[in-house]
Ligand binder design. Structure first.
Ligand code: GDD
Length: 320
């Protein structure tokens, strides 16, 4: 792997992935839909950022011809589960339809380009007979528009790699967290409020959603190491879970974050933050991926939560 293209490089994961690849001496190009790209430390390492929202096949083909990547990491997506209930059509368009445009573009240019697609543990959804830890050939029963949009990609990966001989690898990361994750996900939502309480800009009360759900968390810095290994070692048409293998209750995440602050904080549950259909528990098996690579997560949950809090504390009140 000498040249890569990362779609959505300006997103939370894209910035870490760009940095991980640059550290290996790889030429990194990215797409961003924003004209003014983020100038964080991570993005300054990137060779070139091209503006595209991946909605025009000729434009995508032009970018691929210009960059000449060996590997494309397709990260650009609508990644918020709750938001997908408000915009199901946009979610399918952003996640499934745009992935198909990328597949068609590569099919027309060069089938030797590997595409790593990013799915989600949400593809498994939930059913009475689901077995834990969840393995890759578990029955898929997605429960929200986001989950359906990602499941569709995995079905296309399986078929297109066989029928069109495309070099596709599909990953199913479980929850990933770390410094720089935007609002709307549980850890930054909690941490931001704690920092506001520390700054005395809100009363000492944290407003939260469903605390009973359990999730399998991995640090984004471990996640991107797995993505690189998947690009290097994944089998064409292969699907791999990327996860820690254990779940923790959201109440535990909340209590851990609160314990890292000296403030006396009251917890208030707000039912308007609940989803129409929240999966009660999720943890995956990473055995298939670990049989292929030597990957294992390095960051503890405690370390990651601490880093997230300190990152928010280090930013100005306007988030910069
Ligand atoms: N966002 C948020 N905010 N979630 C809350 C809150 C809150 O204030 N309070 C409780 N929760 C609960 C949610 O109901 C859910 O059960 C859990 O915390 C995790 O929510 P999110 O962080 O929003 O993540 P997610 O599990 O819905 O989806 C994430 O993980 C997927 C992989 O499993 C996203 O990162 C997806 O893009 C990803 O595919």
């Amino acid at each position: 792997m000498k040249r890569v293209l990362i779609t959505g490089i300006n997103g939370f994961v894209g910035r870490y992935l760009g940095l991980a690849l640059k550290k290996r001496g790889i030429k990194v190009f990215g797409t961003s839909r924003f004209k003014q790209v983020n100038t964080t430390e991570q993005l300054s390492y990137v060779d070139e950022v091209l503006i595209s929202n991946i909605s025009d096949k000729e434009e995508i083909k032009g970018i691929i011809k210009q960059v000449k990547p060996d590997v494309i990491f397709h990260l650009a997506a609508q990644s918020n589960v709750r938001q997908s209930w408000n915009s199901p059509y946009e979610t399918i368009l952003a996640n499934t339809a745009k992935t198909l445009l990328l597949f068609e573009s590569v099919k027309e240019i060069s089938k030797s380009i590997r595409i790593v697609t990013i799915g989600s543990s949400e593809e498994y959804g939930y059913w009475d007979g689901i077995k834990f830890p969840i393995v890759e050939d578990e029955f898929l029963n997605p429960k929200n528009p986001y989950a359906v949009s990602k499941m569709n990609i995995s079905l296309f990966v399986k078929e297109f790699s066989k029928i069109f001989d495309l070099d596709l690898v599909h990953l199913r990361p479980f929850n990933h967290i770390g410094p720089g994750q935007g609002a709307g996900f549980v850890v930054p939502d909690f941490a931001q409020q704690i920092v506001e309480i520390e700054r005395k800009s809100r009363r000492p009360e944290i407003i939260v959603g469903n605390l009973n759900a359990k999730r399998d968390f991995t640090d984004v810095r471990d996640i991107v190491e797995a993505y690189v290994l998947a690009a290097e070692k994944g089998i064409t048409g292969g699907i791999y879970n990327i996860c820690s293998g254990e779940s923790v209750e959201i109440s535990y995440v909340l209590k851990s974050l609160i314990s890292m602050s000296s403030e006396n904080i009251e917890i208030k549950i707000d039912e308007s933050k609940f989803r129409p259909n929240d999966i009660p528990d999720y943890y995956g098996s990473n055995a298939k991926f670990r049989a292929l690579t030597s990957w294992r997560p390095e960051f503890t949950l405690h370390q990651t939560l601490n880093d997230v809090l300190n990152d928010i504390r280090s930013k100005r009140t306007d988030g910069k």
